[in-house]
Design a protein around this ligand. Structure first.
Ligand SMILES: Cc1cc2nc3c(=O)[nH]c(=O)nc-3n(C[C@H](O)[C@H](O)[C@H](O)COP(=O)(O)OP(=O)(O)OC[C@H]3O[C@@H](n4cnc5c(N)ncnc54)[C@H](O)[C@@H]3O)c2cc1C
Length: 381
């Protein structure tokens, strides 16, 4: 399945071919088996280091910090291919997608020098500490507190659904530092918290397939250095909103189940397809192409330094709905029952996709919240 061509695609054809050749060689060598939702479930530090060696991580990070000074569109090409091939990219995904731009924008010189080279080499992994038990959609209700204590800060509170915290080298924590009378959005700050820390407890949360990708993270009066403050004190809300544009707009918001579509198309090609299956495959493919064009527009806006919040919300709303619809259509249209621990890789891929589907419209902001952002953008609120 080749991507649609446009000027950006033609300019990056060589890079795309290089990434495909690398991934196909890795699959042939048995380095990984394509899986759905590989940016959340495929944690493989050795694979991340190999991608780093290729120069495909920290692509937009300046060379002075160990990066490659390439464009966001080149980064997008690599990300699309990794996801469409179901490569195990979870270890480095968050760091490369949003921590690196966040550090570049708000980090001190010391923070950039300390973390960016490891992100670019695929050896430093990050987690996001935003959500709390009573602060998900309503993120401004964050209660985790950071209090100054001489040369340190002390953190107290609980984060939840923290993807990869048990394996990450650091996490970016949103905490309340000040009581701001100007409103709930004031008084929040971000911190880079190195892990492990003796006073940070990380408890696994099991998802429906038995795996433990995310966690509850409890700060028991955890001491962190003064230099851990990221950006300006009490500017955390603005910083988080800028970070969310990167979190919500990427190709992982519509490509999580693309390996299933590819496997189904291969299967139909080999076995023959009914007219109904051809129509279903065509409709899914045309939706994927449309989402790709939208995703490209958002990437171009971000590359130009703009913040396309409403468009990013649209891509995520439509994209995450598409990811789930794809699984449903393939399940209904194929003759194979979803099954775990079986010899049939297609049945296994289908089962994993089904078990991951409930998360698609929740993570990174629920679709209801995204629709309210779109409504506001349309002047309806
Ligand atoms: C797989 C996965 C990974 C995640 N990883 C991370 C992570 O690494 N770091 C992190 O910080 N968080 C993470 N999250 C958390 C995620 O951001 C939250 O689950 C999400 O923001 C929703 O918050 P909540 O779960 O508290 O639900 P709630 O906010 O309690 O919402 C419950 C329901 O009410 C609806 N609702 C709430 N408010 C409104 C409203 N105003 N209007 C209409 N409907 C509303 C919601 O849409 C939802 O259906 C992850 C979540 C998942 C599923």
């Amino acid at each position: 399945m080749a991507p649609p061509t446009g000027s950006a695609d033609l300019a990056h054809r060589e890079l795309r071919n290089d990434v495909r050749t690398f991934l196909e060689a890795e699959i042939c060598a048995g380095s990984f088996t394509p899986q759905c939702d590989s940016w959340m479930a495929g944690f493989d530090p050795a694979f991340s280091a190999k991608v780093g060696e290729q120069g495909w991580l920290g692509m937009v990070v300046p060379t002075a910090y160990g990066g490659h000074g390439r464009s966001p569109l080149e980064r997008l090409v690599v990300a699309e291919e990794m996801l469409a091939h179901g490569a195990p990219v979870a270890a480095h995904w968050i760091a490369d997608r949003q921590t690196a731009p966040n550090l570049l924008k708000f980090g001190t010189e010391e923070q950039k020098e300390r973390y960016l080279p490891g992100i670019a080499s695929g050896t430093t992994f990050f987690a996001i500490g935003m959500s709390e038990p009573d602060a998900g959609s309503d993120l401004a209700s964050v209660r985790t507190k950071a209090v100054e204590d001489g040369d340190s800060w002390r953190l107290t509170g609980t984060k939840v659904w923290t993807t990869g915290a048990h394996l990450a080298h650091a996490m970016i924590v949103l905490a309340r530092t000040d009581n701001d009378e100007s409103g709930r959005h004031g008084g929040l700050s971000q911190f880079v918290v190195d892990l492990p820390n003796p006073n940070v407890e990380i408890r696994p949360i099991r998802s429906i397939d038995g795996a433990a990708h995310f966690n509850e993270v409890i700060f028991h009066d955890a001491k962190i250095p003064r230099s851990a403050l990221l950006g300006a004190r009490a500017d955390g809300w603005v910083q988080v909103m800028s970070e969310l544009a990167f979190e919500r707009s990427g190709p992982e918001r519509y490509l999580s189940t693309m390996p299933l579509l590819r496997a189904w198309a291969e299967r139909l090609r080999a076995q023959g397809a009914t007219p109904e299956q051809r129509v279903a495959l065509g409709m899914l493919t045309s939706r994927a192409w449309s989402l790709r064009r939208m995703s490209l527009i958002v990437a171009t806006e971000l590359a130009a330094g703009r913040s396309p919040d409403v468009m990013a919300a649209m891509v995520k709303d439509l994209g995450s709905t598409f990811e789930g619809d794809l699984v449903d259509v393939v399940r209904r249209s194929s003759d194979i029952a979803a099954r775990l621990n079986t010899e049939d890789p297609f049945a296994e891929l289908l089962a994993h996709s089904l078990l991951h589907t409930p998360a698609f419209t929740l993570r990174g902001g629920t679709n209801e919240i995204l629709r309210s952002i779109i409504g506001r953008g349309m002047g309806l609120r």
